[in-house]
Each structure stands twice: as structure tokens, then as C-alpha cells.
Ligand binder design. Structure first.
Ligand code: UFG
Length: 327
């Protein structure tokens, strides 16, 4: 069976990707430093502990497994922290990815699937964002991901590195079988924070900004189910294996929901009140990020069937109630 090197395979999205890869007949080899991931989440293939900045370790793992492709999820991904500590983001995300890309090329592993972000687009005056939209990130997280996209293009020109870049919108939900789910420490993402507030694990949710130029004053995001998202990655891998060449795909549904709408949906799924307070804007947040493209649907044959707000929150709530990782 073909092996795929999955960096960040112990994290939220990477662990779901490992499950999807295994179901599709691949052996996912997780490479993770466990700084933000969980060894308990590595359930679907071998685990190799290591850091992206450690070229020798990467070379050894490529030599041991001879993967046919890389899926690269490992990254720091907190917008707020990227504003206060940009050096950490540039070193870990950009230098780490560069080290990985060089190791992949040296090993002759030339199919590369990369998790990028809608944060590379930045603030765009309420337009819907397609893959050809200009990229003007307003935070160091988005800037670091855009830089990696550029590295991939240069390495294709110079070394024939074929790549699929996925620009994620807001990922939510959990594996409906409850094998893996979302858990970050510290948690910064809206849905798990909301669910924590609902069941008393934290006092309240703070809404970051109520004066945005949106109908209810709060930020609008395009939420996509993690299982749909990782399905697209498997399709992206097959796309490369079929020789279809490098391509960028947005992964979003095209529907935007405000923070207050997500809160309302959480109330109706859980049948409980959401304790909340209203706070100032968070540095680096864009007003509205909504995908304006159906390219992944049209070209990859992607069907994001689980990505309704109701299903995402329902799956996240089921996972949340299992109390996984909270040891
Ligand atoms: N929010 C709150 N209160 C909170 C947390 C979040 O109001 O306590 C709001 C944010 O201001 C934002 C929305 O909820 O409007 C979603 O925030 P998240 O932190 O869940 O996610 P982001 O929109 O910041 O997502 C960004 C990028 C993604 C990236 C993600 C990784 O757009 O591409 O960061 O953290 F994957």
C-alpha cells in the first residue's frame, strides 16, 4: 500500500486526514512534534515524532517509508498569536515548510498537498473570494502561508514539485464516529469555545467585536466540516497521481455565518443558553471571509455534504461530550 507522509497528523485536521487516507487505501505516516498535537489522535498508521526544522530527522523518515506524497498540515495557526509573536510563525511555518519541501525533493517525493488558508486573501471589502483573488494577508499567520505557496511554485519550476494548495475557510465539526475531533490547548476557535461555555467548562464566550460592518455587527466566516475538508485532500492526492498538475482550490461552501448566527445555531443544537459577553475586536481578524468558488466541486468532484452549520455543530457537540484528550 502507498504511504503518505502526513505532517501534523496528530492535530485536529491531520488526524481526520489520516483516517480518510486509511479508508482510501493509503498508509498515513504521521510526522508531528506533538507541540500542538496529541499522540492519542494517531490511530490510523505509524507515528514518527519529529520537528520540521530537523532536516536529518526528515531525511531519515523519507528514507524509511519512501512515501509517494506529502500532506503538509503541521503549522502554528493562531491569528492572534501570529500578530504578537510573528517570528515564531515565520520560523515554524515558513522555515519549517522550506526544510520539509527540500527534504521531499531530495527524496524524490514530488507530489505535495498543502494546507493553506483563506487568511492569505486578507481584507477585501466584502467581495467573495475565488482562487484568483489578490492575496493581501493582514496577519502574520496568513502571510506565512502565502510565503509557503510561493516556495511551492518556485520548487515546481526548479525541481518539478507538483502541488495542490487548499485554502481553507473555517474548519469545524468532528469525525461522526467519535474517533478523533477538535482539541487545542489553548483553544482559540469559535465552535469549541462556544461549546465549552455552553457546558460550563469556561465562564463565557467573548464576542470579538460587535461593530463590524455586517448585518449584526459580528464577523462573518464560511464554515466547512473537517470530514469534507479531508475528503478534498484525498481527491487532491488522486488529482496529482492522475498527472493533472499543480492547482489551487478554495475549500469553503460559499455561505457565510456571523458569530451571532453560530451562537444561535449552537443554542438550538444543544438546547442550552450560551453565556457570552461582548468584547473589543481581535487584532488580525477580517470582517468577512467567504469562498466565492465552486472549483473544488467542479474539478475535483468534491461534495461537502456534511458542511451545514447544523451538522458541524452537532458533530462537534457529540465529540465535545466524550471529553476526549482531557486527561
Ligand atoms: N471569535 C469570537 N470569540 C472567540 C473566538 C473567535 O468572537 O473567542 C470570532 C472571531 O473573531 C472570528 C470567528 O469567531 O470572527 C472565527 O474565529 P476563529 O478563531 O474560530 O477562526 P478565524 O476566523 O480566526 O480563522 C483563521 C483563518 C483560518 C485558519 C484559522 C486558524 O481564517 O484560515 O484562523 O486559527 F484556519
Amino acid at each position: 500500500m502507498s504511504k503518505v507522509l502526513v505532517t501534523g497528523g496528530a492535530g485536529y485536521i491531520g488526524s481526520h486526514a489520516c483516517k480518510a487516507l486509511k479508508s482510501a487505501g493509503y498508509v498515513p505516516v504521521t510526522f508531528d512534534n506533538l507541540e500542538t498535537g496529541w499522540e492519542d489522535a494517531v490511530k490510523f498508521g505509524p507515528f514518527e515524532k519529529g520537528d520540521l526544522l530537523d532536516r536529518d530527522r526528515l531525511d531519515a523518515v523519507f528514507a524509511q517509508y519512501a512515501p509517494v506524497a506529502v500532506m503538509h498540515f503541521a503549522a502554528l495557526s493562531q491569528v492572534g498569536e501570529s500578530m504578537s509573536n510573528p517570528g515564531r510563525y515565520w520560523r515554524n511555518n515558513v522555515t519549517g515548510s522550506l526544510t520539509l519541501i527540500e527534504a521531499a525533493v531530495a527524496a524524490g517525493c514530488l507530489d505535495f498537498v498543502f494546507s493553506s488558508t483563506c487568511a492569505t486573501y486578507g481584507e477585501q471589502d466584502n467581495v467573495v473570494l475565488d482562487e484568483d483573488s489578490a492575496q493581501h494577508p493582514i496577519n502574520a499567520y496568513g502571510a506565512s502561508k502565502r510565503a509557503i505557496e510561493e516556495i511551492l511554485r518556485d520548487f515546481e519550476t526548479a525541481h518539478g514539485l507538483r502541488h495542490v494548495i487548499f485554502r481553507y475557510f473555517n474548519v469545524a465539526g468532528a469525525d461522526p464516529d467519535g474517533e478523533v475531533g477538535e482539541f487545542h490547548r489553548p483553544e482559540t476557535h469559535l465552535v469549541p469555545l462556544l461549546l465549552d461555555a455552553i457546558d460550563g467548562k469556561r465562564d463565557a464566550l467573548t464576542i470579538f467585536g460587535t461593530d463590524y460592518p455586517t448585518p449584526d455587527g459580528t464577523c462573518i466566516r464560511d464554515y466547512v466540516h473537517v470530514c469534507d475538508l479531508v475528503d478534498a485532500h484525498v481527491l487532491g492526492l488522486k488529482w496529482l497521481e492522475d498527472g493533472k498538475g499543480s492547482r489551487v482550490f478554495n475549500l469553503g461552501t460559499g455561505s457565510g455565518f456571523s458569530v451571532r448566527e453560530v451562537m444561535q445555531q449552537s443554542r438550538s443544537v444543544t438546547n442550552r443558553e450560551v453565556p457570552y459577553s461582548e468584547g473589543p475586536r481581535r487584532a488580525g481578524d477580517c470582517t468577512k471571509l467567504v469562498s466565492g468558488s465552486r472549483r473544488a466541486i467542479a474539478e475535483l468532484g468534491w461534495s461537502p455534504d456534511r458542511s451545514t452549520l447544523d451538522t458541524m455543530i452537532r458533530d462537534a457537540w457529540r465529540w465535545h461530550q466524550t471529553g476526549h484528550y482531557e486527561k
